[in-house]
Design a protein around this ligand. Structure first.
Ligand code: SF4
Length: 345
């Protein structure tokens, strides 16, 4: 491949056919903003954010269900901090805390083990959201619960898988010509996960790391391979073709494929995972949480997530919607496109 200086000059001077590149992963959205990548590209290379921020695509029904559980007399919801401020159909978990919702914040799902052991008479529900990257950690949590016979912990899952939603994006109206494939997901799944979509839609997918140089090389490869239905691994230091087969086996042991509801997109067939029926005693009622009512009807997260508009085109962006007062999920997490655009310009 060319050296970095040549790549930078190629990307700035590119004058070919317009190419629209979607970064699926929220961490890539943040890395692109942090490294000022957009300013280094020709106007003919357009970057679009996709649905790869787990908080952003968690439906309002899921937040409502967490709130219901947290208001039960003996139950505490345990969650990552980001989820606290995500709007449900009426309120967020943080707002519900004002009327007695019991919510505890942790940094790792495994933290719930110690919490549950310390309070054996109370029940705990872990808010298990995420993509292929985090599902193995939830499988490990279930494995520990089973082995240690811990019975006062359940999971409310909203787990998603990427290939099926990529299918929806490719057949939607965003006119995407190429994808920056999520590096963290591919560590677990392997780069092979995107081959069917690449071949079906004749689009290049390049698996990328998160440094500025990684992203510039990835974008260069995508431009060079426009129209080619193939997957290129530009993150070989941690991503293989097969992925982490041990993690995949643990996920298969505890989870089965299922339909999933995505905020802003709706139900996507086969795009999620649920706890297998034989372990249903650890499930806090995860199936069927499908409606996606907005707290603020003017929020355009659905269009932002699908790559149909940029955050600035939402009428609420930077006005009543900001990180201190998020009206939609895309403004909550640092991985959300609206939050990234607001904070990093
Ligand atoms: Fe939703 Fe706020 Fe983004 Fe608008 S700016 S799409 S209201 S999160």
């Amino acid at each position: 491949m060319k050296d970095l200086k040549e790549i930078i000059s190629f990307l700035k001077e590119y004058d070919g056919e317009e190419i629209r590149i979607m970064e699926i992963c929220g961490s890539h959205t943040g890395a692109i903003a942090k490294n000022g990548i957009e300013a280094m590209l020709s106007e003919k290379i357009c970057l679009i954010s996709g649905p790869g921020c787990p908080v952003c695509v968690t439906p309002s029904a899921y937040i409502d269900r967490l709130i219901e559980l947290s208001l039960e007399s003996d139950t505490t919801v345990v969650t990552f901090g980001d989820l606290l401020r995500v709007p449900g159909s009426r309120e967020s978990l943080r707002e519900a805390q004002g009327r007695g919702a019991k919510v505890k914040m942790v940094y790792s799902p495994m933290d719930i083990i110690g919490i549950a052991k310390d309070s054996p008479d109370n029940k705990f529900v872990f808010a298990a959201i995420g993509f292929e990257t985090t599902t193995p950690v939830y499988a490990l949590l279930l494995d520990t619960l089973v082995k240690e016979k811990i019975e006062n912990v359940k999971l409310l899952t909203a787990l998603k898988t990427m290939p099926e939603v990529v299918d929806v994006l490719c057949s939607g109206g965003a006119k995407i010509n190429a994808f920056i494939a999520p590096g963290h997901v591919c560590v677990v799944t392997g780069s092979r996960i995107f081959e069917p979509a690449a071949q079906k839609y004749h689009l290049p997918f390049v698996v990328s790391g998160f440094e500025g140089e990684d992203l510039l090389r990835t974008i260069y490869l995508l431009v060079q391979n426009k129209g080619e239905g193939k997957v290129i691994n530009n993150y070989p230091s941690v991503v293989s073709y097969e992925g982490n087969e041990k993690a995949q086996a643990l996920v298969e042991k505890y989870f089965t494929k299922a339909d999933a509801s995505w905020r802003g997109i709706g139900n996507v067939t086969g795009s999620g995972r649920l706890i297998r029926p034989e372990f249903s005693r650890y499930d806090a009622g995860s199936a069927g949480l499908e409606y996606d009512e907005k707290k603020n009807k003017a929020c355009s997260c659905d269009k932002v997530i699908m790559g149909l508009i940029s955050p600035e085109e939402c009428p609420l962006f930077g006005k009543i919607c900001n990180p201190g007062n998020p009206q939609g999920a895309c403004m909550v997490s640092p991985e959300g496109s609206c939050n990234t655009r607001f904070c990093m310009g």
